[in-house]
Design a protein around this ligand. Structure first.
Ligand SMILES: Nc1nc2c(ncn2[C@@H]2O[C@H](COP(=O)(O)OP(=O)(O)OP(=O)(O)O)[C@@H](O)[C@H]2O)c(=O)[nH]1
Ligand SMILES: [Mg+2]
Length: 445
């Protein structure tokens, strides 16, 4: 399971959901990230230096203009994770031997074909070698791939010695630019199979030694990569099956453990389903940045079209109770196009300036608490709330009668403002246009 991705996403969500970012939250999130990476067997030293950097940046750097502190801290986590992956490495289009290694079923044979195809397209004369002598159908599988790509394949299903196959292949493919060796899947703890890959590696003396890693590999990725690294000295990693649901958190451990960069990702079963590795995109996906973005947007009360229409309908109907006021205030803050409307509304405009957002939020929290102590009837018809009820509501909500009256005063002001506003035809038309505006769902600037 991809625990790393999940726990990193949880840490990020903590920031996205926070009402505000403070030192305590940052320290907590740094600890979460640290724990997540350590549990995924990412090298301890690396984790400590990464999280130290993360903490110091998050605590000291000011968010750039237009970015909330939430987004800013998430951005820093993201950047520091991208740093771990380092620069991607491209396998150059030049004469070389490439050795593919990895556990069972990770996609070695498929990736052998994919890389062969890529280098062939880049002008190389390529040969593929079926050096998997353990799985009976391995030769046939690679032969079929070779046929599809029009790339020659060397192998001998009767030969059970991988080193002998490798030697014969080197002779067979003399004069070829690139020779790619597909090898048997093996467990890093199987000594005899590890010895076999060491021998094949010595024989082939490959420029590229590529670990093929299934995106689903979680915590095991670190130790596995390390074992292969010790056996053959990895120069690159390919993460496969990123077209599935797995986010590939293990990649981070594999790269951190071996220092071998990721060169490609596999994104499907077909031979053209291979892409150059893009660290930014990879980490975005690992962290679920798409979701995070919407989380942040939801947190800053950006309203979707449906909600806008509902609000417009209510406003047009002239209905305006405490509930509507609360909803409205909540909607109005942090929204682009509606902020413009708010600016036109007396009584609301002064509450909605950016620098007042925090205060408004706090005010809304108080209002919510107070309103939770009101009856349904009172919410629908605030005129019912006379002084004895004010006292009861204040007591019930742990606030003061003064605060309750403040809420009522705010309500009466808004109601008056709303009435005047709705009585003005020009303004009403403008409001309707705003509500229907195509850019309504998008956050302004
Ligand atoms: N969806 C998807 N499937 C993949 C990808 N790469 C490989 N596969 C599939 O994964 C399965 C195993 O792939 P192989 O290439 O045979 O894996 P292997 O590492 O050679 O397996 P062994 O030789 O048995 O160790 C096959 O069904 C492939 O089609 C990928 O990027 N995406
Ligand atoms: Mg295979």
């Amino acid at each position: 399971m991809d625990n790393l991705g999940q726990s990193l996403r949880d840490a990020i969500k903590k920031i996205a959901n926070a009402s505000h970012v403070d030192q305590k939250l940052i320290k907590e999130v740094v600890r979460d990230v640290q724990r997540a990476l350590l549990q995924a067997d990412v090298n301890v030293k690396l984790v400590l230096s990464m999280t130290k950097e993360l903490e110091s940046r998050a605590l000291t750097e000011k968010p750039p203009a237009g970015m909330s502190s939430r987004e800013h801290v998430i951005r820093i986590v993201y950047e520091e994770l991208v740093k771990i992956l380092g620069k991607p490495k491209e396998i150059p289009a030049k004469p070389q031997r490439i050795l593919m290694v990895g556990l069972y079923g990770q996609g070695k044979t498929t990736t052998t074909g994919k890389i062969g195809r890529d280098l062939q397209k880049r002008g190389m004369k390529v040969g593929l070698v079926a050096a998997d002598v353990h799985r009976p159908a391995a030769y046939d599988q690679l032969s079929q791939i070779g046929k599809k790509l029009n790339i020659p394949v060397f192998g001998d299903p009767k030969e059970k010695n991988a080193v002998k196959i490798a030697k014969r292949a080197l002779k067979e493919f003399q004069g070829f630019d690139v020779v790619i060796f597909d090898t048997s899947g093996r467990h890093a703890l199987e000594d005899d199979l590890i010895r076999e890959i060491e021998d094949v590696a010595k024989t082939v003396d490959a420029e590229q030694k590529i670990l093929v890693l299934d995106a689903q590999t979680g915590q095991q990725a670190g130790p596995q990569a390390k074992a292969f690294h010790e056996a053959v000295g990895l120069t690159g990693v390919v993460i496969t099956k990123l077209d599935g649901t797995a986010k590939g958190g293990g990649a981070l451990s594999a790269v951190a453990e071996t220092g071998a960069p990721i060169c490609y990702i596999g994104v499907g079963e077909h031979l053209e389903d291979i892409e150059r590795f893009d660290p930014d995109r990879f980490i975005s996906r690992l962290l679920g940045m798409g979701d995070i973005k919407s989380l942040i947007e939801a947190a800053s009360e950006v309203m979707d079209e449906e909600k806008a229409e509902e609000a417009a309908r209510k406003m047009m109907s002239g209905r305006f109770t405490l509930k509507e006021m609360y909803d409205q205030m909540e909607m109005l803050q942090g929204m682009g196009p509606l902020k413009k409307i708010a600016a036109m509304m007396p009584g609301l405009s002064d509450k909605l300036k950016d620098q007042d957002m925090e205060a408004t939020q706090e005010r809304l929290r108080r209002f919510r608490v107070i309103m939770d102590s009101m009856t349904e009837q009172e919410l629908e018809d605030p005129r019912l709330i006379k002084s004895s009820r004010v006292v009861r509501i204040a007591r019930g909500s742990g606030t003061s009668p003064k605060e309750v009256r403040e809420l009522l005063k705010q309500y009466n002001m808004s109601k008056r403002a709303m009435k005047g506003f709705m009585g003005n035809r020009k303004m009403r038309r403008q409001l309707m246009k705003q509500f229907k505006g195509a850019d309504l769902a998008s956050k302004e600037g």
